[in-house]
Ligand binder design. Structure first.
Ligand code: ADP
Ligand code: MG
Length: 241
């Protein structure tokens, strides 16, 4: 029996066939502005709010104050309160980049990872692996080590990745092979704004809906609509890239 961790995001758990596989690492990929950080904030916030699961949010993108403002502006009103009471632990770029190598940063996090208090982790974004490592080999080794540590400590993790939807002719980054799942967020410009879609391309051990579903970002966060879209990744007109 596979245990699942619910994202609590309307519509997403349904297409995941119940949720994300517990103790796995899932990539959340997409272009800038696609909604990766919001999805991650919502995953951690809902964990506390709906499932009594504490979370750790690692961000190389923002400092703690910006993150709080972003969370509260989209309607995660108690984000600050949860950070203050310890239900959500934030390591921001100021803290994480103080260390100048990966092992020291990891050292900083290990106590929390090994502490049974937490169930959910977000790493926003994987670009940190680019920062710390000089070559692909080293990056691959440490990414594997990192995902092992997370899984051994019963942590269910989302990592963001600045990468559009994959086409056969584009190079597929190794991070796609080293993680258990891959959720793509896709946005296409329209005359009046943007159309947003979510595509769960992979979830190891889970029978998922592989169609592309429309979603929206509004007050309260991301909502995924259940009607599979007529969207085709291969159509010239609709090409999201
Ligand atoms: N309160 C809001 N209402 C509607 N859309 C929002 C709101 N806040 C953010 N967004 C949308 O979400 C996008 C940013 O999502 P974000 O998660 O930061 O993207 P990413 O991390 O993938 O770069 C913004 O470009 C904006 O369009
Ligand atoms: Mg982001």
């Amino acid at each position: 029996m596979i245990e699942l961790t619910k994202t609590g995001i309307d519509g997403l758990d349904e297409i995941l066939n119940g949720g994300i596989v517990k103790n796995s690492t899932t990539l959340v990929s997409g272009n800038p502005g696609a909604g990766k950080s919001i999805l991650c904030l919502q995953f951690i916030y809902n964990g506390v709010e709906q499932f009594d699961e504490k979370g750790i949010y690692l961000t190389f993108e923002e400092d703690e104050e910006d993150l709080r403002e972003a969370a509260e502006s989209i309607g995660f009103d108690k984000w600050g309160e949860y950070v203050d009471n310890g239900d959500i632990k934030v390591y921001d770029k100021k803290v994480l980049l103080r260390e100048n190598d990966f092992s020291s940063s990891l050292e900083l996090l290990l106590d929390d990872f090994e502490d049974n208090d937490y169930d959910r982790v977000v790493l926003d974004s994987l670009a940190m692996f680019e920062l710390f490592f000089e070559n692909e080999q080293e990056k691959r080794t440490y990414l594997l080590k990192f995902t092992d540590i997370l899984s051994e400590n019963d942590l269910t993790t989302l990592m963001t990745n600045e990468q559009g939807a994959v086409f056969p002719e584009t190079e597929i980054g190794l991070e796609n092979y080293l993680t258990d799942g891959n959720i793509y967020l896709i946005q296409t410009p329209t005359e009046s704004g943007v159309n947003r879609y979510v595509w769960v391309a992979k979830m190891r051990k889970q029978d998922i809906e592989t169609d592309i579903f429309p979603m929206e970002i509004s007050q309260g966060g991301i909502r995924v609509h259940q009607n599979a879209s007529a969207f085709s990744m291969m159509s010239e007109d609709d090409n999201p890239l």
